[in-house]
Structure formats: structure tokens, C-alpha cells
Design a protein around this ligand. Sequence first.
Ligand code: ADP
Ligand code: MG
Length: 245
Amino acid sequence: MTATPLVVLENVNKHFGELHVLQDINLSVHRGEVVVLIGPSGSGKSTLCRTINRLETIDSGTISIDGQPLPAEGRGLARLRSDVGMVFQSFNLFAHKTVLQNVTLGPTKVRKTPKDAADKRALELLDRVGIANQAHKYPAQLSGGQQQRVAIARALAMDPKVIMFDEPTSALDPEMVQEVLDVMVNLAKDGMTMVVVTHEMGFARRAANRVVFMANGQIVEENTPDEFFGSPRTDRAKDFLSKIL
Ligand code: ADP
Ligand code: MG
């Protein structure tokens, strides 16, 4: 880890109408760090993830990626946005494109990578997530766990500086959760900077450097996984943990 954090949120506020969904959020994520973001449904976790690559605007505060403030729009935004990979609960693969085409689309269209080079890299990434042999299939021919691994390869293909995972295993059948978590653990071991919203506490214990607990739009507690699960400091965290563990 270096001194300058890769992602910095300072006094970030956001409203949805009357709802103050993000309340003075201050959060730094260092290079190579894995931050697990947990909290009750509706606490603002997805919104927080989405603000980090401007899928949602903010009302006040600043967000910087690698020392660059996230601009509201324009070319600078497109570039910084491509530094932030996203993996969603619902895969969001293009149904009418093959696995390989799903992974090469971003690099060829946005980065103007030549097709041959993009294909080669995509096959390496598909191999890394354990599905190179599915490259010419369509998403519907794959299991949910395989589709989510394609989505991870697609995010990696853009060489992001950080990847946000928003409940990446919540839509999966139970027997497929582990294969996706294993890929994520390996990414973490390889030094990828990750912010992961998840209810998978086993993953948090295995891979997280830090747990950030959100409730009602606020960061209530930040701690190492051992401290957070072993001796949570706040009643809200204790209450939350008593319901999920
Ligand atoms: P979490 O991911 O922690 O479950 P979300 O960030 O999805 O929470 O949502 C936080 C709150 O903001 C919820 O009350 C939700 O209903 C509300 N919300 C989320 N997106 C929108 C939106 N686009 N418009 C209005 N309210 C929203
Ligand atoms: Mg959510």
C-alpha cells in the first residue's frame, strides 16, 4: 500500500428526494486493499458503489480516483469511469453476444484495442476465472456462477484500478456461490483493489482487510474483520451481526 489512497470519498452527501441516502460519507480505499461493505438492506451500499463511477451523481462532497477528482461529465469522466470496474448481482451480460464478445466489447469499443489482441487477452482472463472452454457459448448456455465469472473477466478486461462488487453472489444458487467467491479471493491475493458489498461473512473473514458497516446512509463502524466480527463496537453492528450470523 502507498500513502495516497486509490479511492477517496470526502463528505459525500446524496439525497433521493426527501431521503438522505448518503450522509457525510468519508471513505478511503488503498491500493491492493479489499474493503467489504456490509449493512442492512436499504442502508445505501449500492448507492455508494454507484457514486464511485458516477452511475449516480452526488449532491456535495468529492470523490477522487487515483488522485483525480471525478468530474461531473465529459471525456475525463469516461476515462476515470473505466478505471472503476463494476460487477453486479445480476451479471448484466449481453445475451446476444458470446462469452468472448462480452469480454472484448469494452476493450475494442472504448479502448480501441485491436480485435486479435483483445481476443487473446480475453481468453487469458477467461482462463483465469476458469471458463476459457466456454468462450464461444452464449450467456444463457452457462450457469449463473459461470455467467458471474464472465462478468468478472469482463470487468478485468478494462484493466480497472479498482473493482466494485455489489452483492455478486446474491442471485446465485447456493452451490454456485463458492466458485465465484474463490475467483474473488484469488483476485484479492493477486493484489486487486476491491470494494465488495456482500453478506458472505466467510469471504469477509478470508479476504477483507477492512469491514465497513453502513446503516441508514452512514458509515457506523470500520474495523478489521477479526475485530468487527469478534467485538463489534456499536449496538447497531451487534444487532446486525446477531441477525445474519
Ligand atoms: P442497499 O444497497 O444498502 O440495500 P440502496 O443504496 O440500494 O441500499 O438504497 C438505499 C435507499 O435508497 C433505499 O431506501 C432505496 O429505496 C433508496 N433508493 C435507491 N435507489 C433509488 C432511486 N433511484 N430513487 C429513489 N430511491 C432510491
Ligand atoms: Mg444493494
